[in-house]
Write a new protein. Structure first.
Length: 327
């Protein structure tokens, strides 16, 4: 049953209560008692809960922002802009780890730009949806719809994974159950980084952010403590890569804060997410925009495809016939 259906069921209950009281009063020949409190229940349902129910039903991810900055029914526009901005930025960041982007040089296609699916009061609820193939079909873009359908479905699953990450965060660590729920190590790492940036600092008037999606409802919200736990896990990732390997590709983006980068155009793989330690930071920065060879241990997806590399060595390939080791 959808959230809107559940709300209508509540409304029918209160309508039945009203109708029953009216019918009983008429049968007894008495005046109908005041029903204001029952009508107020109906008004509250449709004024307060209906926007949220529609947001839940139409969203792939719902973020619930709590804190002094959103206690008013009219939060500052800057707060709403911040909420939308951090969600969009982190979803786009996660999208770069999708295996189906493969050999493509660019990032997420414009047709799959995350969409605002709803806003609701109760502090601040923000709903985000990923466009579907049907959206492109409705615009007459049949070929685009067919081409983007697999990527759209993969991105939708990744976005819903943000709420799954929240489910596995304790006061001290990320539990091992996350590996089972999100078996792709590259995607899992990207989601942990994204969750760390959605988690509030506590300095913007936001004290917690609850994330929910289909299959991950009612999980504990992200808090400043969650942010600390996530950042510690990012700084010292649990390297469970048991295979050594080396891969060549181009570095197009580097996340200096998380110490992550991806190499593109890797033969037979497409893109490979990489983590590196502090002592390689200067070398990685120098390699941005260049073709490189990286060596280290890697983890694979269930398919056996390398998806996450823990870098021990990086070599800058200035030209096909020339290379210079950076360490």
């Amino acid at each position: 049953m959808s959230a809107v259906d559940r709300l209508h069921a509540k409304a029918r209950y209160w309508q039945g209560q009203i109708a029953g009281i009216v019918a009983l009063s008429q049968r007894l020949g008495k005046d109908t008692p005041p029903l204001d409190h029952l009508y107020q229940q109906l008004e509250r349902l449709y004024e307060d809960e209906f926007p949220l129910a529609k947001t839940i039903d139409s969203s792939d991810l719902v973020a619930h922002f709590l804190g002094p900055a959103v206690e008013s029914d009219t939060p500052a526009a800057s707060v709403v802009t911040y909420a939308l901005g951090v969600l969009r930025e982190q979803i786009l960041g996660v999208s770069r780890s999708l295996s189906l982007l493969g050999e493509t040089e660019g990032d997420l296609p414009e047709a799959l730009e995350p969409q605002l699916s709803g806003l609701a009061k109760g502090s601040l609820f923000v709903g985000i949806r990923i466009p579907t193939a049907e959206d492109s079909q409705e615009k007459g873009q049949i070929e685009i719809a067919e081409a983007l359908h697999p990527l759209s479905e993969q991105l939708r699953g990744a976005v819903r994974g943000l709420a799954v990450v929240s489910k596995h965060i304790s006061d001290d660590e990320i539990d091992e159950g996350l590996r089972a729920d999100i078996p792709d190590p590259g995607l899992r790492d990207a989601l942990v980084v994204a969750a760390s940036r959605i988690a509030p600092t506590g300095r913007k008037g936001i004290s917690s952010v609850g994330l929910s999606s289909k299959g991950a409802e009612g999980v504990a919200p992200l808090t400043p403590r969650s942010r600390t736990v996530l950042r510690q896990a990012i700084a010292k990732p649990k390297n469970q890569g048991y295979s050594m390997g080396e891969f060549a590709g181009a570095i197009r983006k580097v996340d200096l804060d998380a110490r992550r980068f991806e190499i593109r155009n890797v033969a037979g793989i497409g893109r490979l997410r990489c983590a590196y330690l502090q002592d390689l930071s200067r070398h990685v920065s120098s390699a941005l925009g260049h073709y490189v060879r990286v060596k280290g241990t890697y983890e694979t997806a269930e398919s056996g495809m390398p998806r996450m590399l823990y870098v021990d060595e990086i070599t800058l390939l200035e030209r096909p016939q020339e290379q210079r080791s950076l360490i």
